[in-house]
Each structure stands twice: as C-alpha cells, then as structure tokens.
Design a protein around this ligand. Structure first.
Ligand SMILES: Nc1ncnc2c1ncn2[C@@H]1O[C@H](COP(=O)(O)OP(=O)(O)OP(=O)(O)O)[C@@H](O)[C@H]1O
Length: 374
C-alpha cells in the first residue's frame, strides 16, 4: 500500500516510545512530521530546562531517521485547560488526574488542531493502546498488547473524532521490544530512562510544588470515632488510602497496625485516619461519577454490565453502571467491595478489551453511608 500520501504528525517527546513511533511510521512509508510540544516552563534556578534537552533528543532522532521536526508552544493551553483544573480539584480536597485532562485537552486537542493545520491525516503518539477501525466506520480504543504498559485509562476521555484521527503504532509491541528497535536503529533515545510521575512536577518534591500554588492550611487529624490524633499539614497533601507521612507511630490505640488516610472533611478541614490496610472505612460498594465521555457513542439512560478501573494499574472489577444521559452522570455499583475509591480520579469502563470511556469520581458509598466526607 502506498502510504506516502498520508501525512502523520507524530508527537515526539524526546523519549524512546515516540522516537520508535516516528521510526516505524517512516519505515512504513508515511509522510512523517515530528512535533515537540512545550507545555511547561521548567527552567530551574541554574537556567537549565529539561524541555530544551528533550527537544535536542527530538532533533537527533528526527535527523537520524530523516523526518522534518518542529516545536510548538502550548504553555498557555496547558495552563488554562489542565493546570487550572488540577489546582481547582486540589482546592476541593480531591485528587485529580492531570494526564487524563492533558490527553483530552492538549495532546489530542490543541496538538491535533495544530496537526490538522499542517494538513495531517492523522496524529500519532507513543502511547501503549490500540486503535481498531470497524467496517461501519467506528474507531475503537482497545487495551494494548503489553498489558503491563496499557495506557487506555489515561485515554478514556477521548472522543470518536479524536480517536478517528489517531494512530498508536506501538500498539502490538512490548516496552522491551520498543527499546530493542531503538537500539538496533541507533536512536539517541534508546537507553533514555522513562519519565515518571506527573509530567510538570517531574522529579521535584510534590509538597513543595503544590505549596507554591495553594497555601497549606494545617488542621485536626482525627479517627472516624472522634479521637484526636494530632494535626495534619494541609488536606491537599493526603490521598484516600495513603499510608505514609501521617507522623503517628504504630503504638497508639489498641494495635500496632499502620495508619491510613480514610477521609477528609473539606469544610471542617479535618483529616480522618484509621488503622490497618484493610480498614473498613476504606471499602466502598458503589460510587457516583460525572462528566462522562465515551469513545464511540454516548449510551442511552439505562443499566449496563461492564468492568471498571478506578485507578491506573488496577485489575478490573465487575460493575453495574446506572447511566443517566440527561445530566451525564452514573451510579456505579461494584460486584465486590473496592478499596480507596478516590474523588477526582477517573472511573474507566471496559467491555472486554475495549475501553468504552469514563467519568470523574465524585463520591464513594458503603451501605449508603457517604465515605470520605469530601
Ligand atoms: N512534549 C511532548 N511533545 C510531543 N509529544 C509528546 C510530548 N510528551 C508526550 N508526548 C506524546 O505522548 C506520548 C505519551 O506520553 P507519555 O508522557 O506517556 O510518554 P512516554 O510513555 O514516556 O513516551 P516517550 O518515551 O515517548 O516519552 C509520547 O509517546 C508522545 O507521543
């Protein structure tokens, strides 16, 4: 097949995954253009900026494989559509997922629009996820072959239009295979270490970073039974189910079991803590979520039996979804109790290998009691 008339704009981050993405498309004969996005000014006190180093890697790889490359600045779009949302969620005591929003608003919106202005037919990214196009014209988002790396959780809010314009050339490869391809092709990024954590925070200290934007408000730390356990340093620093950083020894109370965050009262500025990983206050039997997006079609109001993930890298759980199309919300009832459901995170729905879409978790319940008090 002659791919030379099909233009594909590849999001090149300067990492190994997107380097191999560009290489594979070039080998398949596509008209490839590499584009690096600068979404965040991370120049440090020494004037060093990792974006400059990453772009240098894009240059090396693009020159090696012989594709043109550009850089585009989306700092404003990223700030307005991802970072403001991130801060607003923390202000409400929730734990947002900026990667879900970055995909929806920047990588597959601002970037996609930019690519279309370059007369692209598709954008391609180095995500581990599969695109499958059926005979009726629908494009489906499927889990990656490398289940260990599958990123559909983060892509769950993409629309049919966005998916229809997307290619994921790594979809059938495992990470070790991708590294091997990069090495054999002599790409400068073959041995580059994977990025970790939230992209704009990088290796920086999370507390310090967040504290620069949101003033920390210390308050009371209590057990759900009302026993005062000391003070917390600011509700935003704690996530439901989290163990570390409570500053309480294991000797308080009746057992030596470690302490976990089991709830937050944002109005009273109280952090609720209790003992034991399997603490009953951490287990929910259903949740309510809003702001759903679906990858093929929005369903009608009704009841659906599917599986769901409530955070990245968690096995699916069987659920019954009672979806309300009028206000785009759902009540999601679990087949078995689930630990540490966290408001602000995405609930992502699957039908077998297909990622159907997802919403944002608002509340979790246990026997009709609202957990977490947020
Ligand atoms: N700054 C950027 N500019 C252009 N594209 C980007 C940028 N950051 C990420 N992407 C695209 O999004 C994909 C997934 O991003 P993610 O942050 O998960 O990177 P990754 O899995 O570490 O990939 P890579 O090894 O390519 O950095 C990348 O493979 C790339 O195609």
């Amino acid at each position: 097949m002659d791919n030379s008339k099909t233009r594909v704009v590849v999001g090149m981050s300067g990492g190994v995954d997107s380097s191999v993405t560009a290489l594979l498309l070039k080998q398949q004969g596509y008209d490839v253009i590499g584009v690096f996005m600068k979404n965040w000014d991370d120049t440090d006190e020494f004037g060093v900026c990792t974006a400059t180093e990453d772009y240098e890697d894009v240059r090396k790889v693009a020159e090696k494989i012989g594709v043109p490359y550009y850089s585009v600045n989306f700092e404003k779009e990223y700030w307005d559509r991802v970072f403001e949302y991130f801060l607003a969620e923390y202000r409400k005591g929730r734990t947002p997922n900026p990667d879900v929003m970055c995909n929806k608003e920047v990588k597959f919106k601002a970037f996609l629009d930019y690519a279309m202005d370059l007369d692209a037919d598709y954008v391609a990214m180095g995500h581990y996820a599969k695109i499958s196009r059926d005979d009726t014209g629908y494009t489906h988002l499927m889990r990656a072959t490398d289940t260990n790396k599958d990123q559909t959780y983060f892509l769950s809010q993409l629309s049919q239009y966005q998916l229809d314009k997307t290619m994921f050339p790594l979809q059938d490869l495992t990470k070790p295979e991708v590294r091997k391809i990069a090495e054999e092709a002599g790409l400068a990024t073959a041995k580059k270490k994977d990025s970790t954590g939230i992209c704009f925070i990088g290796d920086r200290n999370f507390r310090q970073f967040l504290g620069q934007y949101l003033p920390a408000q210390p308050g009371k730390m209590m057990t759900p039974d009302g026993v005062e356990m000391g003070t917390h340093t600011g509700l935003m620093y704690y996530t439901i189910g989290q163990r570390s950083g409570l500053g309480i020894g294991g000797t308080q109370g009746s057992s030596n079991e470690p302490w976990f965050v089991v709830g937050k009262d944002i109005n009273e500025n109280i952090l609720y803590v209790d003992q034991g990983f399997y603490n009953e206050h951490l287990y929910a039997d259903r949740l309510e979520a809003s702001d759903f997006s679906f990858t093929t079609q929005f369903p009608e109001t009704g009841t659906y039996k599917v599986t769901a993930k409530f955070r990245y890298r968690q096995p699916d759980v069987g659920v019954t979804v009672h979806y309300n199309a009028e206000d785009n919300t759902a009540n999601v009832v679990f087949d078995e109790p689930v630990r540490a459901i966290t408001p602000g995170q995405a609930v992502v729905l699957y039908d077998g290998e297909e990622c159907l879409g997802g919403g944002i978790i608002d509340h979790a319940y246990q026997n009709e009691r609202v957990l977490q008090y947020i």
